[in-house]
Design a protein around this ligand. Structure first.
Ligand SMILES: NC(=O)c1ccc[n+]([C@@H]2O[C@H](COP(=O)([O-])OP(=O)(O)OC[C@H]3O[C@@H](n4cnc5c(N)ncnc54)[C@H](O)[C@@H]3O)[C@@H](O)[C@H]2O)c1
Length: 339
């Protein structure tokens, strides 16, 4: 089986590449990634010499490059993680989100149509459902919840989702979609809440918390997300959407306090800052469908996953230090520029 994984130099994509190479030693995994600020080739260093792995630096919006790769590799499955993924950046500059997240998705699916494919899988997010009120803990997002987006990021992801379902209906493309809650774990880019707070706390720097810190997110350990996608591409039904989440709701401020406690740092580091524009209050996934239909359940409890994650950041300063200094962006040129 040949699988193209786009965005495999990012947080979840790289964890998925590692998972697939380990879980399916007879598969060939081809990672296509543009290496934006969020893509880090050093993350993939441990698998660069694996004969079942190939890295290709390309933009999913570049039709010629995508077609060339399809011609060379004749993939059976494409899993699309490639995206602009940071809500704050989408508020500053929506354009690039529309290009990568919507146009890029259509370029990939057009190649799938042209060359034939067993499955195109779109990695999406629970943010396409908008948010839930804090005072209605009985409400959850199901696959039937209407799309109702808040940010340019979630709107671009929702646009891509609709396009994926339209390609299925119009052209019969064998697609599937997963909409996952917030992930955490190794290789998470230090601009996102959990790694940001860990790294700043380690440096005794102030921890900026948006608004009152009461915004609730539903956290899932990244490995559990990767296992869910592995299951969906093999056993999930074509044309279906699967919500992925572990019923693990936490207020941002509680996560920050937990990190400070684990690192033995004072809560006086917490600084409340002006809230993000249009900040969603609560996300909460109902994962009944993927549990009932495919038998998926999260394996890592948050209490264990967060300790593992903090330990990973303590043990892997060599990974995040070049990122926070900006040096990692020269890595590709240094290692692979003349290859
Ligand atoms: N992080 C989460 O909590 C979360 C939750 C649910 C869904 N998702 C979705 O999962 C996917 C991966 O998220 P992530 O957190 O790993 O993101 P990330 O920002 O860490 O990684 C994105 C990767 O995509 C690459 N990329 C960006 N634009 C590209 C382009 N035009 N062509 C090729 N590659 C490009 C980047 O270089 C990077 O390696 C995204 O689609 C995101 O919407 C993320």
């Amino acid at each position: 089986m040949n699988i193209i994984v786009t965005g495999g130099a990012g947080f979840i994509g790289s964890n998925f590449v590692f998972h697939m190479l380990k879980a399916h030693p007879d598969y060939r995994i081809i990672c296509l990634d543009k290496l934006t600020y969020a893509g880090n080739l050093s993350t993939l260093e441990p698998v660069m010499d694996n004969p079942n792995f190939r890295f290709v630096k390309a933009d999913i919006c570049d039709k010629e490059a995508v077609d060339k790769l399809f011609e060379e590799e004749k993939p059976d499955i494409v899993v699309n993680f490639a995206a602009e993924s940071h809500v704050d950046r989408s508020i500053e500059n929506p354009q690039i989100f529309l290009e990568t997240n919507i146009i890029g998705t259509s370029v990939l699916m057009d190649a799938c149509r042209k060359y034939g494919i067993k499955r195109y899988h779109q990695v999406s997010t629970d943010e396409v459902y908008g948010d839930l009120p804090l005072d209605r803990p009985d409400l959850f997002f199901t696959e039937e919840t209407p799309i109702h987006t808040s940010s340019p990021y979630s709107s671009s992801k929702a646009g891509a989702d609709l396009l994926v379902l339209a390609y299925h209906r119009t052209y019969g493309l064998p697609v599937s979609l997963s909409r996952c809650s917030n992930n955490y774990g190794p290789y998470h880019f230090p601009e996102k809440l959990i790694p940001l707070m860990i790294i700043r706390a380690l440096h005794d720097e102030s921890l900026p918390v948006y608004g009152d810190g009461m915004n609730v997110r539903d956290w899932l350990y990244v490995e559990d997300h990767c296992k869910a996608i592995d299951l969906i591409i093999h056993e999930g039904k074509v044309g279906e959407v699967y919500n992925v989440g572990g019923h693990n709701e936490m207020a941002n401020i509680d996560i920050v306090r937990l990190i400070l406690k684990e690192l033995n740092k004072p809560e006086s580091l917490i600084t409340y800052v002006t809230d993000r524009k249009g900040h969603d209050r609560r996300y909460a996934i109902d994962p009944t469908k993927i549990h009932n239909d495919l038998g998926w359940l999260p394996e890592t409890k948050f209490a264990d996953g967060i300790v593992k994650t903090i330990k990973w950041y303590l043990d892997n300063e060599a990974w995040w230090q070049p990122i926070i200094s900006g040096e990692y962006q020269n890595y590709y040129e240094k290692m692979y520029g003349d290859k």
